[in-house]
Design a protein around this ligand. Structure first.
Ligand SMILES: Nc1ncnc2c1ncn2[C@@H]1O[C@H](COP(=O)(O)OP(=O)(O)O)[C@@H](O)[C@H]1O
Ligand SMILES: Cc1cn([C@H]2C[C@H](O)[C@@H](COP(=O)(O)O)O2)c(=O)[nH]c1=O
Length: 216
């Protein structure tokens, strides 16, 4: 049975890398995928991973009909065996419904990748709809870590180095940005609640470079 699968996690946990791996493995066996994305950091019509891989994709902007686009592609003799949608948190709920329709009416697997919650710990509308509709929700195996070493479960936004909890829901950006820029950092819930980023906690590396000197 074809499935709508939501691969979710924090920023920087390897979602786009997995999307590219799924695409690579299927196309290596002669299958054809349709890749959608929206507002990738690498620019319009790109699906990029921090590991340096990037591929072309169809930009699914506001009002773009994924189901209609795919039916148009097929009716012009194009082939498609599966669908990938990256940055799916940015898709509108009706676009997620279109993904579900692709699965049910066209009989294709659809793999959606995205973060679940925003910097305020609120669901993105697209992610909420995926949670409502997906056949399966998969958490990525490679966990991103908070500066304290716990599993990172939340995304923090920083402005001028300070964590903020107010602002526009969508601001395209990245982790490890300089303090002057708008940036993001993944945190565990405890430190997100306490608004403690690695900078504000003065956290060093998780593993100290120098062993503690024994007083004797
Ligand atoms: N220099 C590197 N060496 C090894 N792995 C890296 C490196 N840079 C990034 N990564 C891996 O890539 C992951 C981020 O992948 P990416 O697909 O861009 O994440 P996401 O799409 O979830 O934001 C990091 O969690 C890390 O595991
Ligand atoms: C938390 C949060 C993130 N974003 C943006 C920042 C990035 O452009 C993407 C996430 O991409 P990734 O490949 O998963 O790192 O989302 C945002 O707009 N609003 C937020 O609250």
């Amino acid at each position: 049975m074809p499935e709508l699968v939501f691969f979710s996690g924090t920023m920087d946990c390897g979602k786009s890398t997995l999307a590219l791996q799924i695409e690579h493995n299927r196309s290596a066996r002669g299958l054809k995928g349709m890749i959608y994305t929206r507002d990738d950091r690498a620019g319009e019509g790109k699906l990029s991973s921090r590991l340096g891989l990037v591929t072309d994709a169809v930009e699914a902007g506001a009002g773009f009909d994924l189901y209609g686009h795919l039916v148009g592609h097929l009716s012009q003799g194009g082939r498609c065996d599966y669908v990938i949608a990256d940055e799916a948190q940015f898709l509108a709920p009706e676009q997620i419904d279109q993904l579900a329709r692709i699965v049910d009416d066209l009989g294709m697997d659809a793999y959606a990748f995205g973060i679940t919650t925003d910097f305020r710990t609120r669901l993105f509308p697209g992610s909420q709809r995926l949670i409502e509709l997906a056949d399966r929700i998969e958490q990525l195996q490679v966990e991103a870590l908070c500066w304290c070493g716990a599993r990172a479960t939340h995304n923090a936004r920083t402005v001028g180095g300070e964590m903020v909890v107010e602002g526009a829901q969508v601001v395209v950006g990245d982790v490890n940005r300089s303090a002057e820029e708008i940036g993001y950092e993944v945190l565990c819930r405890r430190h997100h609640r306490r608004r403690m980023t690695s900078a504000s906690s003065h956290a060093g590396a998780l593993s100290p470079d120098v062993l503690p000197v024994n007083g004797g």
